[in-house]
Design a protein. Sequence first.
Lengths: 522, 366, 432
Amino acid sequence: MNLIRVLLLMFALCPFAAQAQDDPFAGLAGNYEAIRHAVEALAVSGNPNAAATVAALQAGTLFAAPDQSLWIRQGDTLTNARTGVTGTPEGDLRRVRVNNAVRRAIEEATGALTLFAPVPAKRIKAAADLFAQHDAAMLPMLERALAKETDPAVRGAIEQAYAAALLAAGVAPVTDRLAAIDVLRRRGDLDASNLLASLTNQPPQVAAAAARAVAAIARVQRLWALAQGVFYGLSLGSVLLLAAAGLAITFGVMGVINMAHGEMVMLGAYTTFLVQQAIGAYAPALAGAGVVLAVPAAFVVAGAVGIAVERLLIRFLYGRPLETLLATWGLSLALQQAVRSIFGASNRDVTSPGWMSGAAQWGGLTITFNRLYIIVFAALVVAALMAVLRFTPLGLRMRAVTQNRRMAAAMGIRTPWIDALTFGLGSGVAGMAGVALSQIDNVSPNLGQGYIIDSFMVVVFGGVGNLWGTLVSALTLGIVNKFLEPVAGAVLAKIFVLVLLILFIQRKPRGLFPLKGRAVEA
Amino acid sequence: MSRASLTLCLTMVLGGAALLALLNLVVPAGSALHVPTYTVSLFGKYLSYAMLAVAVDLVWGFAGILSLGHAAFFALGGYAMGMYLMRQIGTRGVYGNAILPDFMVFLNWKSLPWYWQGFDHPAFAIVMVLVVPGLLALVFGWLAFRSRVTGVYLSIITQALTYALLLAFFRNDMGFGGNNGLTDFKDMFGIPLHADATRDGLLVATAIFLALELLIARYVVTSRFGKVLIAVRDAESRTRFLGYRPEAYKLFVFVLSAVMAGVGGALYVPQVGIINPSEFSPANSIEAVIWVAVGGRGTLVGAVLGAVLVNLGKTFFTGALPELWLFALGAVFIMVTLVLPGGLLGLARRRAPRAVPAAPAPEPAE
Amino acid sequence: MASFPKWLRGAALGAAALAAVVLPGAARAEDTIKIGILHSLSGTMAISETTLKDVMLMLIDEQNKKGGLLGKKLEAVVVDPASNWPLFAEKARELLTVDKVAAVFGCWTSVSRKSVLPVFEELDGILFYPVQYEGEESSRNVFYTGAAPNQQAIPAVDYLMGEEGVKRWVLEGTDYVYPRTTNKILEAYLKSKGVAAGDIMINYTPFGFSDWQNEVAKIKKFGSEGKKTAVVSTINGDANVPFYKELGNQGIKATDIPVVAFSVGEEELAGIDTKPLVGHLAAWNYFESIDTPANKAFIKEWHDFTKKPTRTTNDPMEAHYIGFNMWVKAVEKAGTTQPDKVIDAMIGVAVPNLTGGYATMMPNHHITKPVYIGEVQGDGQFNVVWNTPGTVVAQEWSPYLPGSRDLIADWRKPLSCGNFNVKTGKCGGASK
């Protein structure tokens, strides 16, 4: 392996030095082992078609014909990989497949080469790859890159890679090593700490500096871990909040024990799936916006179902809350089975758009984008819900009806209609929660079942009828859960949270923020 | 609840069970009157569910405590019985270990955990069937009723309770067999479980215990104590102002009900042959409430009727309409609430049509 | 609105239902051979089991087109045990005593199998169990057509050790008996290969676990300590989608920390966007992408039967295919569907599998299987990167567990024992 790296290095330093082997392409039609060697050979071959061939291999557009000739497919045209000439091969083409070993070889080959790529982001990526390899053989190339580099961000990355390689080499003067340790200490992440901790046979001065750096990094990491825990907690809390927000309206405000709430969430998730399918079929250009478009769609679908349910079922059951439990339980069974009959029992594939995938590294913090967006989305939904209740005529009427139905009716408010709209609003919010959940969980008929109990817990913990309470309670439960998890394990953490919840309700029988006044004694 | 309906119910339960057992045991298999063993154990199961339903009705119908976690007591009773049955397997397990149940052998446990000690004695196991659910209900009820947790808050924390137990029993490290639970029982009190006569005996025993439960429950609710209980249900604050202590009344009936549910669970386990954490799932508790609602809340007899009918329907539909039965079941629940507000018994009692209730009151539920 | 006649009508309905339960099957014809299908069509397991019900219907349909069996038509009896374990036992009893089925194909989870096992043993029925499982069992009445741990887990670990040079292991599983047992076996196996205890991390999460942030971060940390790390996943069903989504988002690529899964097949991948997962692995005895004439024909037939050209096939489906064909062959050999005779005739029956080889029913009631390691592709299929040269015989009692080291199963006469102790020479477990 090291020999190949040196060869690569030579290639990078002086592209014309490497000589083409007899036929670097030959292995590509063979087994994985042969393909891997071929990739390594291609990287140093200097063949003008090598880069395109490796790229095609990575993208899965490289095919082999029965006569061992290799073809790159681009749309409908086939190009001979060896010659770069278009043509039509004889016989059935077979896709050249790669496995993890080949993928690594491709990454290593391209990683070393892109250190001189024109795009800074690619250079940073290459430097990061080289940091992970921390191979002494790379030192000359890194030095050269450092000398050429002007972009400060890329420079920093290359400096770190250089420091890592230098320490790994173990032959540099003590002052250089101390400087390198300093660079790694400033980098301050686990990789740096592991590298420093793995140093052996160092002069006492260097070893002491490394130990100090490891301790320093550990201190900083503990703080970051705390912040990371808060993020995880917020993220779980925002999921709980989304799931519970709709219930805070239907159950909290209207007093309907809505066991079909989870199914409204599920309908929202399936709406997302349908919107995505429709966009895929009619407007592929909008694919990235599918999730955004699904939000209003899910609100409308779940809201409409909610209004229908209220008109056809729930309105007959007001004043008998426990019978709504029974009826909505039956409804949830029927809705689950309906979705199962229509969409099938298996999971549906809702793809995450590119802008929601991946993560950002911020110091020692890993912020996954989908979680971040869900936190933001939850905040927006709750803010919008509060605004609707507070500032719109509909919200005014809703509050009037829940506070004093007869008086509201006497003022000319059509209370049955307001009931329907309120239930529709709660269901619609649940549908929007389904859009968010489709990004992190299974889209299956059982989706709602997994959240219904937690949702009730959140609403009750926060205090029935209080949206602020729901907000605080969801975030509290999320954070407590996530901080208990590393200590107690996932299952025990959940059990502890439940027990704490039970004990808390004993202390404050009406939740965190009890409603005050007459409604309480009802 | 009228005396007549109770008598009818007791006759049907005891007579029906005896008849089924007799037809199974005495009539030869070829005869048209023969009842297959399958039916016997099926009804045995229904009647143990009915015991749970009566327990739920006792607290919900007469004390206004809507417990959405009553299946936890049922399951705890079941586990106590299951642990006894497990110890009875002895060397007949697949690994042939005389002391440790199979699941402990393959998890490399070296000795029996302390909480499994004593379960090889039937008397101890029977005491545990009563004590474990009762104790849990006592502690939980004391905490909850003392601090006046009522209504939905109480319902939700009972749900939290059963959910926490569900998660706990799922853990293999707890030593209750994890998700697989306890199964592969061989015999009970020295009698082989798989014999027809044993099943018939279990059915009759369940019927007798159910009858006893009904009589005790009826005695409780028709006594002076029961009058206060109903007063607590209908107007707790007013009862308190009259000088009663509602929490004591509620606690007593809650513990009694939990013990009854536990006995139901203990009879359930040998008849279905398995006890597993899914018995703790909140859905099971909700279903038990639904049986009561279908039969008629606050009637005791209705609970039996509801439990048997709903489960009969479930058995029938899962076989006859495997793809559609959830629609059927869901529709039954919706129709019962819309058309039969008092449950089946309420319908039989109230001939006069009732107006659709006026618009909702703005209170939070219950 | 509530009138007495309506109540009567309700009572009549109830009586009808009662009659249907008490006196079932009285009017059913007896000129067909009945086959029970015991797979959950609702509840949490419907997601996996519904497909198996469909494939059984297809196989029975096809056999009928070929003229049935022993001159009679086959008739499927489908019931829904609704992912409810006691209901599994009840439905098994119903199938065997009321419908009098000749064989039952069913169950997915271990607990459902454990729940019905006493019923099949008591009533002397036949159960075909199509899912990979933890082993440690061999019943006279059950034929295990899924993989035992040595037919799936151990070859996968061998592959990672050899081909990927993995030195550090995360054994991540859902907390139930299959992962527990598999991980125990793997832990003992890895230690026997010289892996230090500090290089193995075992972790369990509950069913349906959906918030993987902490767990994935933990894996990332464990894998960042210099040695090549892999995750061996026995995560069950529903929890997989959020797990893989979190892996993708936290940027764990297959080239850094590959995940090899034993419970993730084509069906599960159908619910995930697989592009971020390319290169993660699964170990099975069958993949839809395996290119053989038998498999192509099977897939075509499946698409025609379900009228859905996109429906995937998976490993447990192949297990049912093999099991059903074995049963047909054994019935023909025995000349009757009587369970005792069929059980004896089953041992030694060999039928072609879908991957170009043969599956043989061994005396331990498990079948021989080839092992394939596949890498996830961007299109939701697997690309086979490695396979065993021949088929592997199941070790129903693992030699890596102290409790079962000395046990073997052999249902041939005169031994006829599912847990024969070779040390003590007695049937019936490890005791002295």
